[in-house]
Design a binder for this molecule. Sequence first.
Ligand code: HEC
Length: 135
Amino acid sequence: MHEFPVRPAALAATLFATAGAAHAADSVESAGKARYLQECAFCHGDDAKGNGPFALLLKKQPTDLTRLAQANGGQFPFDKVFASVDGRTRPLAHGTAEMPIWGQEWRLEEGAGAEAALRGRLLEVMMYLRSIQQK
Ligand code: HEC
């Protein structure tokens, strides 16, 4: 196992500690939804159940993203999902990964702020995914 370079829980804690936490969380979530619909839905589907239009062309069915908590005893597995969406620590021996490595795709800026901006993008999507988990 590689050591994962960020601590999502710590990041989330910082985010929630800011004033107007509930409102901030709402807008983070809706930014995540917009990003999801733009970049994830064509594989995972608008409803995140794994049947977007592009799914037919893939060898592996995209994961039903509304059941990540269910598959983990009712707890949304934040760290695991964060790491797999980031993708940079994905083991190469894990076969052909059809899912883009968002930790590379979204690392657009250069220099010192790049990693922070990337984590912001990942967090937005995480907040959205967490909000759509089926009970
Ligand atoms: C090109 C198609 C494609 C796109 C676009 C895509 N995914 Fe995926 N995704 C997949 C496939 C296929 C799998 C299941 C197979 C695998 O694990 O590689 C998957 C698996 C996942 C998993 C489960 C991983 C695990 O460890 O079980 C998560 C979470 C996920 N995707 C989130 C996202 C998010 C968030 C986005 C948008 C930022 C996204 N995906 C965009 C194809 C895609």
